[in-house]
Design a protein around this ligand. Structure first.
Ligand code: NIG
Length: 389
């Protein structure tokens, strides 16, 4: 069954064959994948037609960094921060307590609701992490529930050293029994390499064990200071290092010379009042940049990629095209996915139809409800889907 999407005012395919967006464009979806893109005047016939009324169409957002499996509220911590308190890794323990106390059903329904919110905002691929369980049973449970619903699942047992544990002994648990139990449910291994969380040496042990278990690697690095996480991520060949707020000239150079994607988290930078990641500098140096929401209860309680993209343009001096690319192709690159993030022929037909004639409205009209319709694999996400997997 082929569907012709027509009446597209501006079509961002990120097909290397097209320079910038196509105007007055059309796109054909066949069997859930993009079968044709080009000027509306040359569109082939199809079984059915959807006229989007002159609106802009982009690939669905690829949100490559979220922490959606949790219970509990940390709004008072946020409020205190807005009154001048700093952010520290220790807040994770509050969420860990509430998450351990929640039933499976409650964690699943919270995750479902958070994913539905993300889809309504134009996201069509979501990575999410464990990291609020921090015992073998609680981490396995988070991983299992995440794997039922999310596209990509990351094991973040090394999120915080739980109270009462010696850090090195806890790392032994993470890379031993915990990793073995979680392994069937996850594709990625992550570590929070930061003062108050894990040292570079401990992080290296975590990543090394992940690699030996056949997992892809990701790192939370240089969020709160010059933690050494970026250099470690590059050294270990991680797919992505996320946060990247505090970078030396050597870090920038190393990222630019590597395949490690630099994932910026604009909403987190705002919510923690940490200096923005130097995204302009990274792009100018030649690094690959991704934008993600980092939706979590401590540092970034939003899954709005529209907001993150608008912020990257308004505050981090990315051009519109750079920001769109980072939140689509860049996110896909950070997840090592070639099937999503662009609307090239053969890609999964994940379409984000904006309620605007041009994508620059994301920054020009910040905060406005600009997502008009979302299709994943050619299917409308108006109704809840059974599984994002
Ligand atoms: O990516 N930095 C570590 N983890 C999360 C925050 C987790 C929390 O504070 O609950 C982040 O910002």
């Amino acid at each position: 069954m082929a569907t012709l999407f027509t009446g597209i005012g501006e079509l961002w395919t990120f097909d290397p064959a097209h320079d910038g967006p196509l105007r007055d464009a059309a796109l054909v979806v066949d069997d859930g994948v993009v079968a044709w893109t080009g000027p509306a005047s040359g569109a082939p016939d199809a079984d059915e037609r959807v006229d989007v009324g002159g609106r802009a169409v982009l690939p669905g957002w690829v949100d490559s960094h979220t922490h959606l499996v949790f219970d509990g509220d940390r709004s008072s911590e946020f409020e205190a921060r807005m009154a001048g308190e700093g952010y520290a890794a220790g807040g994770i323990a509050v969420t860990t307590g509430a998450t351990r106390a929640a039933s499976d059903e409650r964690l699943r329904s919270l995750l479902e609701a958070r994913l539905a919110e993300a889809y309504r905002g134009g996201t069509t691929t979501v990575e999410t992490k464990t990291g609020y369980g921090l015992t073998v049973d609680d981490e396995v449970r988070s991983a299992r529930i995440a794997a039922e619903l999310a596209d990509e699942v990351t094991f973040l047992g090394a999120h915080l050293v739980p109270e009462g544990w010696d850090a090195d002994e806890y790392v032994d648990l993470v890379i031993g029994d915990m990793l073995e139990a979680v392994r069937p449910h996850v594709g990625w291994m992550d570590v929070f390499c930061e003062e108050g969380a894990f040292t570079v040496e401990q992080s290296r042990r975590v990543l090394d064990a992940g690699r030996r278990a056949g997992l892809g690697l990701r790192v939370h690095g240089n969020q709160l200071g010059h933690s050494g996480g970026v250099a470690l991520a590059v050294e270990m060949g991680a797919a992505s290092v996320d946060h990247v707020n505090f970078l030396s000239a050597d870090d920038v150079e190393a990222l630019a010379a590597s395949d490690t994607v630099s994932t910026i988290l604009p909403a987190c930078d705002l919510s923690t009042r940490v200096q923005f990641a130097p995204a302009r500098q990274l792009l100018d140096a030649g690094a690959t940049v991704a934008i993600a929401s980092n939706c979590n209860p401590g540092t970034s309680y939003t899954s709005s990629m529209n907001f993150c993209v608008g912020t990257a343009v308004l505050q981090q001096y990315l051009t519109l095209e750079e920001a769109l690319r980072a939140a689509t192709v860049g996110g896909a690159r950070a997840l090592r996915r070639g099937d999503v993030g662009s609307l090239t022929v053969g890609s999964r037909a994940d379409l984000h139809v904006l309620d605007a004639p041009a994508a620059i409205h994301l920054a020009y009209r910040p905060g406005m409800p600009l997502t008009h319709a979302v299709f994943r694999g050619g299917r409308s996400l108006d109704t809840p889907r059974e599984s994002a997997g």
